[in-house]
Design a protein around this ligand. Structure first.
Ligand code: G6P
Length: 614
């Protein structure tokens, strides 16, 4: 939620900040703004409602000179998305400017106190309260900017990644974090600051991940200075970035989402590299090997996640219970963290998160950790908050996912969780060698099989055009493919704004069947395995009520292909791996419907890729 970027050095800050904002736009895009200190010592702020391109248009004829600046792309929490509420915000005297990602929960109390001191507020945001508090502290306590930030943050309840400029100190940029991510990039006589490394990668590969409750002072010509908000000095730990610029570009595709869908054969190969050894028929997952006993002694596994990651968790429930015979509960992090859950010391909690920053998932594992559970996380972004607070885990290694609707991260999460389920099952002896070997070998075939499904892209694009009229969709699946039905529906909702529901196929007769008509397409996931015959009966029931059926079937399935209006074939595979293939046509279907409807595929309205607020 919200992207922040900052620069201090010898180059012009504005182009660097704007480019950085474009990279961070996936985090929110309802308004954007920039603050710059000019060589003459003026602090200019420019803001515009809408995307970063609106800000660029607005600032085109303005003075954007200056070698120090901060910029922000917003996903609104407090105050409607307009130019006034956009960041940066000035302090009362307009000496300071701030950008903020997060929520100041006690802003009302702080605001009342500041109002009594004569401070006035231009916006409805919680952020403006913080910059006023910093200025008040600076003046009242006669302290420098860093100390004022430290003292102000000691009074704040909530989450933040902030950056502050002071026109009286044009050689200093102060930033701090708690709960929201913040990375510093170290260049040659210059520093970069951002919510993630994507705005930094083309300038330097040396980064420092700022920790919770740390304040960083970036001063021209000086080393990075990190202290806690309580002023305890910290030693900066410089890490090397493993991110390339080409990963952040569309590579000839019209949208990031399509690029990411098509990357899946490669990303899954990357996810399995060094882990799935088909020649030796073995899976080696270091996060599991190093903590084997915790998994083998677990009476229960709790999976916690949000959105698409939660769907991956549901698929894992089927796999872990089948192979490892450990009871699994799959929880929405936002519910789990607040419902006083019973957590035992011998529970294993698995957190799934592409970004590794989702606030609810982070809070859920912090709660579970306090109660002594073992935390294993499956994340994509290396060094993010969730993997850092976890006891162990497994990175998915699919590279940056930029399209807001998750695609390649989902399939990699399913692969990681399947590998984990197989490791536990093998070690516990709860699955036969024969079954284990069959699935390990089949995992190695999955990238090629996905490639074959992608070969039907053109056909899917063609028939997607006939469904843009629909107001509602139903997606049905059973067993391992029930979560895929929900994921397919979520993809459609997210990017095409068509209402869609994912249901277990057999539940159709308990309600959704009443909705079926010619106007409502029904997507049925019907690979030839498990409860195939029963799903075929469901398709017959839909056709008997004149519903239009798009079926996902196994290669050569003439029966369903005959009854369905459209059939998309996937290669045969192990039942537990079918989600990796069945989800591909659903991703493509949602994508093409959204494109025909003219929707903003990569940045759908109201959404953000990384939800760092509750
Ligand atoms: C947001 C994104 C979804 C994502 C969810 C969980 O809602 O738009 O695509 O699935 O957050 O994010 P995470 O990074 O924790 O997987």
């Amino acid at each position: 939620m919200c992207g922040i970027v900052g620069y201090i050095g010898k180059r012009k800050a504005y182009p660097i900040l704007i480019k950085g904002l474009h990279r961070l736009e996936y985090r929110g895009y309802d308004s954007a703004g920039v603050a710059l200190i000019t060589p003459a010592g003026q602090l200019n702020i420019y803001k515009a409602k809408g995307k970063v391109s609106e800000l660029e248009a607005y600032a085109a004829d303005k003075d954007t000179d200056g070698c120090i600046g901060i910029a922000h792309t917003r996903w609104a929490t407090h105050g409607e998305p307009n130019a006034v509420n956009a960041h940066p915000h000035y302090s009362e005297s307009e000496r300071l400017a701030i950008i903020h990602n997060g929520i100041i929960e006690n802003y009302a109390v702080l605001k009342a106190g500041l109002s009594q001191q004569g401070y006035t507020f231009r916006s409805d945001t919680d952020t403006e309260v913080l910059v006023q508090l910093i200025e008040y502290t600076q003046v009242d306590r006669q302290v420098d900017l860093k100390t004022a930030v430290q003292l102000a943050l000691q009074q704040v309840i909530g989450a933040y990644a902030i950056a502050v400029l002071d026109k009286e100190n044009p050689g200093t940029l102060i930033a701090a974090r708690k709960g929201s991510p913040l990375v510093v990039g170290i260049g040659n006589d210059e520093y970069f600051l951002a919510s993630d490394a994507t705005p930094i990668v083309e300038y330097t590969d040396k980064v420092i991940y700022i920790e919770d409750e740390e304040v960083v002072a970036l001063r021209l010509g000086q080393e990075v200075d990190i202290t806690t908000i309580g002023n305890v000095q910290k030693t900066p730990e410089i890490k090397r970035l493993e991110l390339s610029l080409s990963q952040l570009e569309k590579g000839g595709y019209p949208h990031f989402m399509l690029k990411e869908i098509f990357e899946q054969p490669r990303t899954l190969t990357d996810s399995m590299r060094g882990r799935v050894n088909v020649r030796q028929d073995n899976i080696a997952l270091s996060g599991f090997i190093d903590n084997k006993e915790r998994f083998l002694n677990a009476k229960r596994i709790i999976i916690t996640a949000c959105g698409t990651s939660w769907h991956a968790g549901l698929i894992a429930m089927y796999a872990i219970e089948e192979f490892a015979q450990i009871p699994v509960e799959v929880e929405y992090s936002s519910e789990f963290r607040y419902r006083k859950p019973v957590i035992h010391k011998d529970d294993v909690v698995i957190a799934i998160s592409q970004s590794g920053e989702t606030a609810d998932t982070l809070a859920a594992i912090q709660l579970a950790k306090q109660k002594g559970a073992f935390i294993f996380s499956i994340c994509n972004v290396v060094g993010a908050s969730i993997p850092r607070v976890s006891d162990s885990g497994c990175y998915t290694h699919v590279g940056p996912e930029i399209g807001v609707a998750s695609t390649k991260a989902f399939t990699a999460q399913v692969v990681a969780l399947t590998m984990l389920a197989l490791c536990i099952g093998r070690e516990k002896g709860t699955m036969s060698d024969e079954q284990y070997l069959r699935i390990v070998r089949e995992l190695g075939q999955i990238p090629d099989k996905i490639e074959r499904v992608l070969g039907q892209n053109k056909r899917i694009a063609d028939f997607a055009k006939t469904f843009t009229y629909a107001q509602n969709f139903i997606y049905l699946g059973r067993g391992y493919n029930f979560p895929v039905a929900m994921e397919g529906a979520l993809k459609l909702k997210e990017i095409s704004y068509i209402h869609a529901e994912g249901y277990p196929a057999a539940e159709m007769k308990h309600g959704p069947i009443a909705l079926i008509s010619q106007e409502m397409p029904v997507v049925v996931i019907a690979p030839r395995c498990g409860t195939y015959e029963k799903v075929v009966s469901n398709i017959q029931e839909i056709k008997a009520r004149k519903g239009r059926v798009i079926a996902i079937v196994t290669d050569g399935d003439e029966l369903v292909s005959r009854i369905a209006d459209y059939a998309i074939e996937i290669p045969a595979t192990e039942e537990c791996l079918t989600p990796l293939l069945t989800v591909i046509p659903l991703q493509l279907l949602a994508y093409h419907i959204a494109v025909v409807k003219g929707c903003d595929v990569d940045q759908p309205r109201n959404l953000a890729k990384s939800v760092t607020v509750e």
